[in-house]
Design a binder for this molecule. Structure first.
Ligand SMILES: Cc1cc2nc3c(=O)[nH]c(=O)nc-3n(C[C@H](O)[C@H](O)[C@H](O)COP(=O)(O)OP(=O)(O)OC[C@H]3O[C@@H](n4cnc5c(N)ncnc54)[C@H](O)[C@@H]3O)c2cc1C
Length: 374
């Protein structure tokens, strides 16, 4: 893997001058630092950023070298294949956000004695990266969680598995996948990566405060589904909050948390200037919602979810060949995906009220935030 350090004239050989506006919080620097000189701190918006402990830093330059923002990976020059597709298993499809393709990919890797990394809720309903080795656990990662996930030491664990000759599937946002690749610094035949078309990642602090607001009878929800399809279908997905003694379902257009997310009020600053949103990706395979399907192949849409799939590499093709028996699929045009899903290659627009929103988050109640911004 060819690498080029962009800012090689800087006197600091660490990530100290990395602009807070561009740091994605991928944690590659934290994972690589042997001196434990990188401390992760949450800023007042609730996003995690690295800080250097100058007493421990030996200026070795490793953190700068693995930063996917400061380091440029070689472009992907492969021809990309594009499909509209869905998992043949309707039950799985209904539980997934789009066409249930992630489940097929994860199953293929685990059946080949592999391990799968992805994002799940922990017991505090925070979103964290973790790994699984059993097919029965795929449900932990299934479904989109619209909160930035915490990578922790996942990249280190990925490398350990790779060095032990395990097949590894790493799934995450485009910036998390590129963070892993720059961290590893070389190609591994046994590594497979899957990213998705990403609108941007919302603040864990906004999520925490929202959960406080959503408490019912003093208790947090016991289950949350951001993409419930069985009430009004895939396009009219509902956000579902399950409590021990009641259930609440909101159309996404009426759900305060989703409205804040989709108005770009709660996103990380780096999402407004994201270099990882592009057609030719470094991941092996990219999944997304095929939002324009009704204009392209309406006969495929039964409102249980359709994915757009981008096969970006030889390994992506290997995955595709091995899961295609379990999918209904057709070749598609990339233009038809871009037209209805601009986040594939374009950053989301900055909302001028974002700064004020985060200031208010500190001082006013969630009810008042909703009144003011929605
Ligand atoms: C924050 C976010 C923004 C998104 N924005 C768009 C968009 O603009 N356009 C679009 O078409 N699709 C977007 N998606 C992706 C889409 O919602 C589906 O996840 C994707 O199409 C895969 O669907 P699936 O049915 O194959 O599998 P699913 O089972 O729904 O997918 C689960 C996969 O998503 C991963 N995942 C879930 N939450 C997170 C998280 N917080 N961080 C990292 N990985 C996570 C899991 O690890 C697993 O790999 C977004 C997803 C997230 C999490």
């Amino acid at each position: 893997m060819e690498e080029e350090i962009l800012d090689s004239n800087s006197k600091n050989n660490n990530i100290k001058e990395l602009d807070k506006k561009t740091c994605t919080g991928c944690m590659a620097c934290k994972n690589v630092c042997h001196k434990k000189a990188i401390i992760i701190k949450e800023n007042n918006e609730g996003f995690k950023y690295p800080e250097i402990d100058e007493n421990l830093c030996i200026n070795c330059g490793l953190c700068k070298k693995v930063c996917p923002v400061l380091t440029k990976l070689q472009e992907n020059e492969n021809e990309i294949k594009v499909y509209s597709c869905k998992n043949k298993n309707e039950e799985v499809r209904m539980k997934s956000s789009s066409g249930g393709i992630f489940t097929l990919i994860a199953k293929y890797i685990i059946e080949n004695n592999g391990v799968v990394f992805g994002a799940r809720f922990n017991e505090l309903l925070e979103v964290v990266h973790d790994y699984i080795e059993n097919i029965d656990d795929i449900g932990l990662f299934r479904g989109s969680k619209y909160v930035q996930s915490y990578i922790g030491d996942s990249y280190k664990k990925v490398r350990e598995f790779l060095n032990n000759n395990k097949k590894v599937l790493f799934t995450g946002t485009p910036c998390q996948v590129e963070g892993l690749l720059t961290y590893l610094g070389k190609d591994y035949d046994n590594l497979y990566t899957q990213d998705f078309v990403c609108h941007g990642v919302p603040s864990p602090k906004v999520w925490r405060k929202y959960l406080e607001y959503k408490k019912y009878d003093g208790s947090y929800p016991i289950n949350i589904n951001f993409r419930r399809k069985d009430i009004l279908g895939w396009s009219n997905y509902q956000v579902s909050y399950k409590y021990s003694n009641k259930e609440e379902n909101n159309h996404h257009d009426n759900d305060p948390y989703m409205k804040i997310f989709l108005k770009n009020l709660s996103l990380r600053m780096s999402c407004f200037n994201c270099k990882f949103k592009k057609i030719k990706r470094k991941s092996d395979i990219t999944v997304a919602d095929f939002w324009g399907i009704n204009n392209v192949k309406p006969e495929m849409n039964d409102e249980t979810g359709i994915s757009a799939l981008l096969v970006n590499s030889k390994k992506g093709l290997e995955i595709f060949e091995n899961i295609k028996e379990d999918m209904i699929f057709e070749e598609a045009n990339i233009e038809d995906i871009i037209k209805y899903n601009s986040c594939i290659s374009k950053s989301t627009n900055y909302n001028e009220k974002r700064e004020e929103f985060f200031k208010d988050l500190e001082t006013i109640s969630f009810e008042k935030l909703i009144d003011k911004y929605l």
